[in-house]
Ligand binder design. Structure first.
Ligand code: HEM
Ligand SMILES: *[C@@H]1O[C@H](CO)[C@@H](O)[C@H](O)[C@H]1NC(C)=O
Ligand SMILES: *[C@@H]1O[C@H](CO)[C@@H](O)[C@H](O)[C@H]1NC(C)=O
Ligand SMILES: *[C@@H]1O[C@H](CO)[C@@H](O)[C@H](O)[C@H]1NC(C)=O
Length: 320
């Protein structure tokens, strides 16, 4: 009897984690337990210290992790410097929104002092994204760890990121290519509860939308008028743009409420109403913050388990 009881807890754990372990069987919750026991608190402290000085840091860290995972898996390819003739992801086109990379560097520096060569930059990105969300009033969760860092980063591959002009079928395709479902698409799009967008990301919707409509008719008229005043046609201010939602430093479900009002910022946000299944989820998340945060955690763990690297970098900006 006793051995069965002793076995039982690990069996339960295996069943719980099997749903996201298909491509991530090397990841585990206690990965650094022996080799770097304070790994997580070191990352959390680095994130906390940066956030206390700059409220834009959480959004940046969440976006960094998403961007990393969607190109070559979560392998910290997003952090690498361009080298020689190779232009890295970080210097590729949709990089206006990449910032706060220094937070990962500062965590890595501390980690190298405590446990050199042990904690991957890809794991730091995953942990920092989690901390960014929880420090913004969102949920917290246990992050499976054990990712490896990649040796390749190409600016040309940033075209593999979904574009803000994507319609619902294109979004579905982009996510399914990475093993992510329509449920994951809706939940993870809720990451747009945090942060800032430049005019260029929604310009298509407010000027010359198409030959019959100046403005995307799926937009609420006063919302569109506001955006037009922030982003006039011959806009010269490089940094002009708007908060993703009015509570853009709080991780809440406002994003979904706005979409239901025609106040989604990107075509790709508003497009979530275009399939019945995704529309139902938007409504569900708009009416229940708990339902959203629960789904978000689940999908974050799935997204952050797309692995792809080979080594533990010593310096997050250069391969070993
Ligand atoms: C569904 C497909 C997605 C598209 C098309 C998309 C597109 C974009 C675009 C165009 C921006 C603004 C860039 C700028 O103008 O500065 C942005 C910002 C952001 N995205 Fe997404 N995104 C997607 C999914 C995600 C996911 C899955 C997450 C995380 C879970 C995420 C988190 C963020 C955050 C936090 C920002 C704000 C960044 C900042 O303020 O620094 N996005 N996204
Ligand atoms: C974005 O790309 C430009 C041009 O290559 C580069 O100068 C800039 O440093 C990049 N931004 C980040 C955050 O790396
Ligand atoms: C989405 O865009 C693609 C490419 O432009 C197009 O082929 C497809 O029909 C569009 N789908 C929807 C649902 O609008
Ligand atoms: C412009 O977009 C609207 C809304 O999507 C659509 O109803 C209309 O047919 C489009 N016009 C053209 C010429 O494509």
């Amino acid at each position: 009897m006793a051995p069965i009881v002793a076995l039982f807890p690990s069996l339960v754990l295996m069943m719980v984690f099997s749903s996201f372990s298909q491509r991530a069987d090397s990841l585990s919750l206690n990965y650094y337990e022996k080799t770097c026991p304070n790994a997580e608190s070191i990352v959390t402290n680095a994130v906390k210290s940066a956030v206390s000085k700059d409220k834009t840091v959480p959004a940046a860290l969440l976006r960094l992790h998403f961007h990393d995972c969607f190109i070559r898996g979560c392998d910290a390819s997003v952090l690498l410097y361009s080298k020689g003739s190779n232009k890295a992801e970080k210097d590729g086109p949709p990089n206006v929104s990449l910032h706060a990379l220094y937070v990962i560097d500062s965590a890595k520096k501390e980690l190298e002092a405590w446990c050199p060569g042990v904690v991957s930059c890809a794991d730091i990105l995953a942990l920092a994204a989690r901390d960014a969300v929880s420090l913004s009033g969102g949920p917290s969760w246990e992050v499976p760890k054990g990712r490896k860092d990649g040796r390749t980063s190409k600016a040309s591959e940033t075209t593999q990121l979904p574009a803000p002009t994507f319609n619902i079928s294109q979004l579905q395709q982009s996510f399914s290519q990475r093993g992510l479902s329509m449920d994951d698409l809706v939940a993870l799009s809720g990451g747009h509860t945090l942060g800032f967008s430049h005019c260029s990301s929604f310009q298509n919707r407010i000027h010359n939308f198409n030959s019959t409509h100046e403005i995307d008719p799926s937009m609420h008229p006063s919302f569109a008028a506001n955006l037009k005043s922030v982003c006039p046609k011959n806009n010269k201010a490089k940094n002009a743009g708007t908060a993703m939602d009015p509570s853009s430093t709080t991780f809440d479900n406002t994003y979904f409420k706005l979409i239901l009002q025609g106040k989604g910022l990107f075509s790709s946000d508003q497009a979530l109403l275009d399939f019945p299944k995704t529309k139902d989820l938007v409504s569900k998340f708009a009416s229940s913050r708990e339902a959203f945060t629960k789904a978000f955690v689940n999908s974050m763990i799935k997204m952050s388990s797309i692995t792809g690297g080979q080594e533990i970098r010593k310096d997050c900006r250069v391969v070993n």
